[in-house]
Design a protein around this ligand. Structure first.
Ligand code: CDP
Length: 205
């Protein structure tokens, strides 16, 4: 029986960390849907046209190179406003969500557009300053040359673009539970997410 967990929220809110922890806890597969848009964004930085890049995207591309750079994040949020780019990525996400073993998908529009029937929906957020600090530490730890100011500006710019676009804007689904992680440790945030999801999961015989 399929069970889908939708985890949405703004840039660097901790969706990835929580999603990985939730997937490991319940034995679900995890798809970071941001990687799809990042892979398309990378193609456009290489000169490819965004809709063609989205239509030609392969699962292998998601594993190649480092998609988690600040430059690719910006390119991702620019291609993500294009309705045809989003449409080209829908089937892959829905097929992933429907697998029998259970799935966690994280992104911006999972609970609203991709999986409106998801059994559990979380909207993970935190203040822009807290999110930027976490992302700054993550990027500088792997040697990316960024400043705190640049990362905060990037987070704010992407949030605005993601929330204001007309197709599948970032917003909590009406039935999503809000999880503000500003004052929570990773362990606390994960524990709260697991509790919320477990409440929606039928007991296994
Ligand atoms: O990790 P972070 O939260 O910074 O970003 P991400 O989840 O990797 O997403 C990168 C960009 O892809 C976002 O800023 C969005 O513009 C776009 N995206 C989207 O539009 N819809 C999704 N389901 C996932 C990402």
């Amino acid at each position: 029986m399929s069970f889908t967990v939708a985890i949405d929220g703004p840039a660097a809110a901790g969706k990835g960390t929580i999603s990985k922890g939730v997937a490991a806890h319940f034995g679900f597969a995890h798809l970071d849907t941001g990687l799809l848009y990042r892979a398309v964004g990378r193609r456009t930085l290489e000169g490819m046209e965004p809709i063609a890049a989205a239509e030609a995207l392969t699962a292998e591309e998601l594993q190649q190179g480092d998609l988690r750079t600040a430059e690719i994040a910006q390119a991702a949020s620019k291609v993500a406003v294009i309705p045809e780019v989003r449409a080209a990525l829908v089937d892959f996400q829905r097929a992933f969500a429907r697998r029998d073993s259970g799935a966690v998908l994280d992104g911006r529009d999972i609970g609203t557009v991709i999986c409106p029937e998801a059994e559990a929906k979380l909207f993970v957020t935190a203040s822009a300053e807290v999110r930027a600090e976490r992302r700054y530490l993550e990027l500088s730890a792997k040697g990316d040359d960024v400043t705190r100011e640049q990362v905060l500006a990037d987070v704010r710019e992407r949030d605005a673009r993601d929330a204001e676009r007309s197709t599948a804007p970032m917003k909590p689904a009406e039935d999503a539970v809000l999880l503000d992680t500003s004052d929570l440790s990773v362990e606390e945030a994960l524990a709260q997410a697991i509790t919320l999801i477990a409440e929606r999961k039928p007991a296994t015989p």
